[in-house]
Write a protein that binds this ligand. Structure first.
Ligand code: PLP
Length: 396
């Protein structure tokens, strides 16, 4: 018998394991560790949202739904997206409810890519992007964003990466892992490039509610979806979900908003691979969209306070860090300590039992930085910061 390793499809065999996963295997089973590692809210989903899921079960709502998702949820999504992003989508034909943004991204890539088609995306980035592109037989073309630009994506770098084979530009602002937001003028120039070269844009807006203003870091900052710029709705797939702002990761619910033809193509894959997203999660999501704003704001403010604590303490301890405009990550610059990001993260874990993620887990542009997720309780963060201070005190 041939070794089983030889039976694995080439596309799958070519994908590396996630660097985050490698690192977290070291942390597993150690309850002395304070983790600033996992990109997940420390809050449970708000009670009224959990109650909606419980109520759905009590009423026996345990069936499949329409492949596109419950009509009532698609109505709520369409209203919410109009309010949040100022783009108008027809709930009957342009909204598809998915199993998280993860599924939406996967089926968007599979619906659009033929072998060899190129997708431009910016690194450091969420670990799924390159694998999702490769598994759809696309070619992942990364642009290395820079700390000096606060990890904004510069239109001139996008332009330089465009070839005759480019089909998609994949964007994520606010960005995981850097917390970067995109300056509006660069976003407008990227939109112009997409129009000029007739490209599709996939915009992952999963952190769009979690923004912080430049003034005090507490008030919400600005967020513009590229889908709302002139001429862009017709060529954009907007991805969003409930995992981050509503702290609903385990509900596994997301959605895409896109022109009918693209939605139909994605729906075909969704219909045969998922059938539909879970009905209790969909009913909980209706509640989230209809009545969840105050809870989202409460959590956003808590993240903002933690962000400010991190930035204040990093400054005091002499660790440079640009002020992230969104998400719940800080990406401090560790270059002056003379360690690689992997060495820094490993030694911090060994010597002080604090877990952060090496920047290189998100692409080589992450070298020189580590990702600190501040979706961690304030008192735990205070202890972690004290320990990080002790660690870098010894390095200086
Ligand atoms: N997109 C980004 C940028 C993320 O950071 C994550 C999760 O960390 C996801 C998508 C996955 O989201 P979901 O839980 O909706 O599948």
């Amino acid at each position: 018998m041939k070794p089983l390793e030889d039976r694995i499809a080439k596309q799958v065999a070519s994908i590396p394991r996630s660097g985050i996963r490698d690192f977290f295997e070291l942390v597993q089973g150690r309850d002395d560790v304070i983790s600033l590692g996992v990109g997940e809210p420390d809050f449970s989903a708000p009670w009224h949202i959990r109650e909606a899921a419980i109520f759905a079960l009590e009423k026996g709502q345990t069936s499949y739904t329409s492949n596109l998702g419950l009509p009532s949820l698609r109505e709520s999504i369409s209203k919410y997206v109009e309010k949040q992003f100022h783009v108008d989508y027809d709930p009957a034909s342009e909204v598809l409810v998915t199993v998280g943004v993860s599924e939406a991204l996967d089926i968007a890539c599979r619906a659009l890519l033929d072998p060899g088609d190129e997708v431009i995306y910016h690194e450091p980035c969420y670990v799924s992007y390159s694998p999702s592109i490769v598994m759809a037989y696309g070619k992942a073309v990364s642009i290395q964003t820079r700390l000096e630009d606060k990890f904004a994506l510069l239109a001139k770098d996008v332009e330089a990466a465009i070839t005759d084979n480019t089909k998609i530009i994949l964007l994520n602002f606010p960005t995981n892992p850097t917390g970067a937001i995109e300056p509006l003028d660069e976003l407008e120039k990227i939109a112009q490039l997409a129009i000029k070269h007739d490209l599709i844009v996939i915009s992952d807006e999963i952190y769009s509610e979690l923004t912080y203003s430049g003034n005090n870091g507490i008030d919400p900052g600005e967020h513009t979806s590229i889908a709302s710029l002139p001429g862009m709705k017709e060529r954009t797939i907007l991805l969003h979900g409930f995992s981050k702002a509503y702290a609903m990761t385990g509900f596994r619910l997301g959605y895409s908003c896109a022109p009918h033809v693209l939605t139909e193509a994605m729906m075909k894959i969704h219909q045969y691979s998922m059938l539909c997203a879970p009905i209790m999660s969909q009913l909980a999501a209706v509640e989230a969209l209809e009545n969840g704003d105050p809870e989202v704001e409460r959590m956003r403010r808590a993240y903002a306070e933690r962000r400010n604590l991190l930035l204040r303490r990093f400054k005091e301890m002499g660790m440079p860090c640009f002020a992230p405009g969104g998400a719940f990550y800080a990406f401090p610059d560790i270059r002056k300590f003379g360690l690689s990001s992997i060495e820094f993260a490993h030694r911090l874990l060994e010597e002080e039992s604090v877990a952060v993620v090496p920047g290189t887990a998100f692409g080589k542009a992450g070298e020189g930085c580590v990702r600190c997720c501040y979706a961690t309780a304030y008192d735990q963060l205070e202890i972690a910061l004290e320990k990080i201070g002790n660690f870098i005190g010894r390095l200086q």
